[in-house]
Design a protein around this ligand. Structure first.
Ligand SMILES: Cc1cc2nc3c(=O)[nH]c(=O)nc-3n(C[C@H](O)[C@H](O)[C@H](O)COP(=O)(O)OP(=O)(O)OC[C@H]3O[C@@H](n4cnc5c(N)ncnc54)[C@H](O)[C@@H]3O)c2cc1C
Length: 427
């Protein structure tokens, strides 16, 4: 990174990734201190381009970040959840679990079915209105350090590099973006986050990170098959009872349905293809009717973090911090992480503002690391901390049942008979 002469730009805060975490952090920084210079780098060609859309969002984060958003024209939370279905699928049949069995945290009423890409585009307009500079189309590909070993900035990718690595005629070196603090909001398994976790041993003393692969498709369905606000989850077929995972099917606005499938990446069968399982799932008698005469509009896949409470690495390192899914804040049974991404971006931003106000720069935001477990993020993740390890250990039928019981006990009594279970080995 250092042998090329690069242009350099100075900011107070550099944020990598214009997902819910990065954008919430940018907005919060400017809300607290409008004088700060804040830049957001986004590798997608536009904000939202790399976001897997079609999600159910708990508005707790947006309510805190932008109180009053409900009164605004044109916000992207257009479809409140109207109905919550939990199905267990067998090869030919299915049955619906009574909602009353579900712990309250699994209840989706009050949440919204959204395009997460549109939510990010909307957040980006809010950030820009506050003076945040957002650069889509620029990936942060490297980190810059000072002599003390603290992060001082990031480098964007070089343009015009030939396939063999030599500089072509259109070569333009990437830029160095320097900041007092760098916030990493790359999402799951980001390349910079992986380097930082290794360099600063951020996962020492934590359980290994666990992951799933999530595949998602957006469909335009016939109006007679569309039930705006319906949220449906399933587990079971086509996965065997030793393989963790399940489906989701969310009815958005405009006759659109987001359907997806998650497979936990500790599956044992080497021939299993998550993509093929997803395609088979859509042929189930309880599912296929939705897609008759429908048209697929888009599709994508993304890693999802599943380690939760016991796997979250240390969030702070000299010169910056991890936010959102870079830290692994997904609540696995809820299949939700965007609310915690927003809350963690805000929390990190507040600690950055305090540090800068105290005249600090490029040091460790230890207070952010110390704070998160007592916040709503920690409360959300702690209650569900054993769901994934129980599923891994006891399989789908027993493991999911025990996970449900454990969530009830944690919710009602703040107690788990299992304590905090270990995940065991990395996937
Ligand atoms: C299949 C699936 C279904 C899900 N369903 C839901 C749901 O219904 N509800 C919910 O709340 N959550 C859901 N989630 C989780 C949710 O998507 C994440 O928790 C949330 O998007 C995390 O936000 P983030 O900002 O941390 O990361 P992301 O949303 O992943 O955003 C990261 C951004 O950073 C950019 N980026 C990454 N690396 C770089 C780099 N080096 N330089 C520049 N830019 C970079 C990416 O392009 C991306 O735009 C789901 C996840 C999956 C995989």
């Amino acid at each position: 990174m250092s042998d090329i002469e690069r242009e350099s730009m100075e900011f107070d805060v550099v944020i990598v990734g214009a997902g819910p975490a990065g954008l919430a952090a940018a907005i919060r920084l400017k809300q607290v201190n409008p004088e700060l210079s804040v830049v957001v780098l986004e590798k997608g060609g536009e904000v939202g381009a790399h976001i897997l859309s079609g999600a159910v969002v708990d508005p707790i984060g947006i309510d805190r970040l932008l109180p009053g958003w409900r009164e605004e024209e044109g916000h992207p939370f257009r479809t409140p959840v109207t109905d919550d279905h939990f199905l267990v699928l067998g090869p030919a049949g299915s049955f619906r679990l009574p909602n009353i069995l579900m712990p309250p945290l699994m209840n989706n009423h009050g949440n919204y079915v959204v395009s997460l890409g549109n939510v990010c585009r909307w957040l980006a307009t809010k950030a820009e209105a506050l003076g945040v500079e957002i650069y889509p189309g620029f990936a942060a590909v490297g980190l810059l350090y000072n002599e003390a070993g603290a992060v001082t900035g990031v480098v964007t990718g070089d343009m015009g590099v030939e396939k063999d690595g030599t500089h072509g005629p259109g070569f333009a070196p990437g830029m160095a973006l320097m900041g007092k603090y760098v916030l990493i909001g790359e999402g799951a398994r980001g390349s910079l986050a992986k380097q930082l976790i290794a360099k600063y041993h951020l996962s020492d003393g934590r359980e290994p990170g666990k992951y799933g692969i999530g595949l998602k498709e957006l469909w335009q369905v016939k109006p007679e098959n569309h039930r705006p606000g319906l949220v449906q989850h399933s587990f079971g077929w086509p996965l065997d009872m030793k393989t963790g995972g399940g489906s989701f099917l969310y009815h958005l606005e405009d006759n659109q349905v987001a359907v997806g499938f998650v497979v936990h990446l500790n599956y044992k069968n080497p021939y299993l293809s998550p993509f093929d399982e997803f395609q088979r799932f859509k042929t189930h008698p309880a599912i296929r009717g939705t897609f008759e005469g429908a048209k697929r509009l888009g599709y994508g896949a993304r890693a999802i973090t599943e380690g939760g409470w016991q796997s979250v690495p240390k969030l702070s390192f000299p010169g910056g911090a991890l936010i959102g899914c870079a830290a692994g804040f997904v609540n696995v049974p809820r299949i939700k992480g965007s609310h915690n991404a927003v809350l963690s971006g805000m929390l990190a931003a507040e600690h950055v503002c305090d540090a800068i106000a105290a005249g600090r720069a490029n040091d460790e935001l230890a207070s952010y690391e110390a704070a998160w477990r007592a916040t709503d993020i920690g409360k959300d993740l702690k209650k569900v901390r054993n769901v994934k390890p129980l599923w891994t250990r006891f399989g789908t039928i027993v493991g999911v049942g025990l996970g449900g019981l454990d969530m009830w006990l944690n919710t009602l009594f703040g107690f788990s008979p299992f304590g905090t279970m270990k995940h065991g080995k990395a996937d």
